[in-house]
Design a protein around this ligand. Sequence first.
Ligand code: BES
Ligand code: MN
Ligand code: ZN
Length: 497
Amino acid sequence: MINKVIFSNELAKNCSIVLGVYSDGTLSKSAQKINEYLGGAIERNLRKLNFTKKKLFDICSFLSTGKDYNHVIIVDLGDPQKEFSKFELEKLGAAIYSGAKELDSDIAIAIDAADLHFTCDCASSFVGFGALLKSWFFDKYKSRKDEKIKLKNLVMLTSDTKTSERCFEELRKISDGIFLTRQVVSEPSNVIYPESLARIALEELSPLGVEVEILNGDQMKHLGMNALLAVGQGSEHKPRLAILRWNGADAEKPLVAFVGKGVTFDSGGISLKPEENMHEMRYDMAGSGTVLGLLKAVALNKLPVNVVGVMPMVENMPSGSAQRPGDIVKSMSGQTIEVLSTDAEGRMVLADALWYTQERFDPIVMIDLATLTGAVVVALGHEFAGMFSNCDELAEQIFKSSIATGEKVWRMPMSEHFDDGINSDLADVQNIAKSHIRGGSITAAQFLRRFVNNKKWAHLDIAGVETSSNNLFICSAGATGFGVHLLYDFLQKNYTS
Ligand code: BES
Ligand code: MN
Ligand code: ZN
């Protein structure tokens, strides 16, 4: 993993160097300088390697002929006129990391804001951020570590080191939040269960000035959270509810609430899931993991906002004490729920957590994140999270942050049509729809809506994006940390003044 990122307005020596070339074959300004310094060696090598017909972010490398550099790494910067967005700069950094990680431990990236037609001198900060995000991996349980990866330190070329350093400092703290999310999501369910995840929240966040409160099963019982508790009642691991408060602004300023599904393992319960891919349900706490990482990023950067994060945590297991299909429970809101599938557990957990959050904190908006439905993966695949909201303005704000950060969301509809599907014959609501109703993700969202009490609310179904099986641009295969950067940006844009 990358360990140090240094900003300099001079070119580093005695390392490998990354240079930018546009798709038409012309060298970027910084590359021209190095080319002159090396007596035209860059151009000669490019001709020899026939590095043509390439596309944005393609990479090639060769051994340097001069003594100052070990390897020269060339990256395609696309159209010479191209203006990069922040997210594209991150992708560039990630591409460079992938192309260079096995070549040298120290690499200088000689591509600055001018080469990228970026308006601000902090362009290299975003490139560094992308490289850093890409460099994270989870090899805790590998006895033999990957020795091919050498890259540790980056030197970034910039004309304004102060601005770049300040900008990168914030991004690095965001990455610390993202890495915490990736780590807890990656851990298996024999390591991460409600009690252990609550302890991590306490240990990680209290030192940063976040107030962490942890409720146990008895306290939740007392509050009437029977829907949440029913999901966990089959497990040896007892449930926990963690409440994380960051008071970064005056008390009269609005409070923004985040609630994350924290099912530390979802076997399906008595409605047991099929064997194939059941292990993936270790990731079913990714909503809670994202709330945790978000609060870390917010607290590290001392963001001037008031935030509450709620992590309802249970394990969904089949056993003699597990809830049964057909059970009816009374949720904290007073609404009764008929449990027709014990595998539609996330919405039961959120029903109580959302109700609790709006009752206790009266937030100005409430956003939940949940690996809620397989159906959202069918609808949107692995690039977009499904966004559901009862408030157009809120949806628009989240959408804007999704464009800015590259953590993409796509708004899905909600409609009363789906209420018919979940009106129960025996109780107020049933947890899965009658069989003729399709659109499982909308049904789930419509279910949640009954527990938000007309608060401005958005629900992000992150089942498809919380992990990735292939190497996404800014993430290696595995947990992505999706949502931390998105919601950090959302808070910063809309609630810091
Ligand atoms: N945690 C799952 C959803 C899920 C599926 C997340 C695949 C990630 C990948 C959720 O609790 C669940 O089991 N949902 C059911 C709902 C159904 C019973 C109505 C589903 O999607 O099949
Ligand atoms: Mn389930
Ligand atoms: Zn689940």
